[in-house]
Write a protein that binds this ligand. Structure first.
Ligand code: UD1
Length: 326
């Protein structure tokens, strides 16, 4: 069985490729390299450069590599950008998925894993978000992920494809420094950037209804997330009728202030944060119930926030050697 990993040259995708190959699965990467980096793809894993919107290229890749399963991560993922450019997000994330599914069904692929997001929940008013919590996305990005889930599930039912939608919570860390997230669009790299610039890390609002007033999130190590894909992919292979929707989190809430304190401790910078205005659209608390994947597949995360910050910092230093010299 060969798995096509779309977006396999990206931050999360490259971790999925690594985990799948380490587990003995055959993989091929399909990536347009718009944000992906070819060097992230391990030696021995073929890399096909192409867009998921290109039916011909997708069809050829599926046939040439005798693909029988797809893990689809190729997508756009900037919430703010999706508000500015909704059509771009619907094209890449929904139309791209539709093209890929059509080609996958024609190629008689049997398993399809879709990378979804906690963004489908929007602003959940619950202590722990279960997969039954109503989905009310707040951004076009979240909408495209929810529409993607519908598309995947409906196609799976109609075409007899085993499917899974994985709702990632807040992903951080790296399995190796060279695989670290090179973008600076989430909390951990944003703290690193400020510290490296000699500036205080920013807290976007400290007047939320949470214990310390700052937003609470559920952070998950990217290596754990990648291993969850292996478990899910194998579950689909062994049960062709399977249809899964799963949170991928740890069930532990950590506040922004706690994250900054921990980063200060790991990096030795020890710079107190500055409080800035709330960022529009940020929910006070989003923490997963991680029970369903544990009950259904026996999977749970192994790594903690310390592992995430430590490995992310090694990756940051790899990209910004000057950060370590201070
Ligand atoms: C992000 C995505 C969301 C996705 C989720 C899980 C955005 C806006 N949202 O959520 O769609 O579902 O990851 O993959 O990108 N913060 C600060 N200071 C900073 C940076 C961030 O206080 O310098 C705060 C934010 O206000 C937020 C928390 O840290 O409360 C986490 O922020 P971020 O890493 O951007 O992720 P989310 O917004 O939770």
């Amino acid at each position: 069985m060969t798995w096509l990993i779309t977006g396999g040259a990206g931050y999360i995708g490259a971790h999925v490729v690594r985990a799948m190959t380490e587990a003995g699965e055959r993989t091929v990467v399909y990536d347009d390299l718009s944000t992906g980096v070819a060097e992230r793809v391990p030696g021995g894993v073929p890399l096909v450069r192409g867009s998921i919107l290109d039916t011909g290229a997708v069809t050829r890749a599926l046939a040439a590599h005798e693909v029988t399963g797809v893990v689809h991560l190729a997508a756009k993922k900037q919430v703010g950008e999706s508000v500015e450019h909704p059509l771009r997000y619907y094209r890449e994330n929904v139309e791209g998925l539709r093209v890929l599914l059509e080609a996958a069904v024609a190629a008689e692929v049997s398993s399809f894993v879709f990378s979804s997001s906690a963004a489908v929940y929007g602003m959940p008013d619950v202590e722990l978000v279960t997969e039954e919590t109503p989905c009310v996305p707040l951004s076009p990005y979240g909408e495209t992920k929810l529409a993607g889930e519908w598309l995947v599930r409906a196609t799976g039912r109609a075409a007899g494809l085993a499917t899974a939608s994985l709702r990632y919570f807040n992903v951080a860390g790296a399995a190796a420094p060279a695989l670290a997230d090179a973008s600076v669009s989430n909390l951990v790299p944003m703290i690193f950037e400020k510290l490296t610039e000699g500036l205080p890390p920013r807290i976007f609002g400290d007047d939320y209804p949470t214990p310390d007033g700052t937003c609470v999130r559920d952070y998950i190590h990217v290596a754990d997330l990648a291993e969850a894909h292996v478990t899910v992919a194998r579950a689909l292979r062994s049960d062709p009728g399977r249809e899964l929707t799963l949170n991928i989190g740890r069930g532990e809430g950590v506040s922004v202030r706690e994250m900054i304190d921990r980063v200060n401790a790991v990096t030795g910078y020890d710079r107190p944060p500055a409080v800035a205005a709330r960022r529009p659209g940020d929910p006070a608390r989003v923490v997963a119930s991680a029970d369903r994947i544990a009950t259904e597949l026996g999977w749970r995360a192994k790594r903690d926030v310390q592992d995430m910050i430590g490995s992310a910092w090694e990756g940051w230093i790899h990209l910004h050697p000057e950060a370590a010299r201070r």
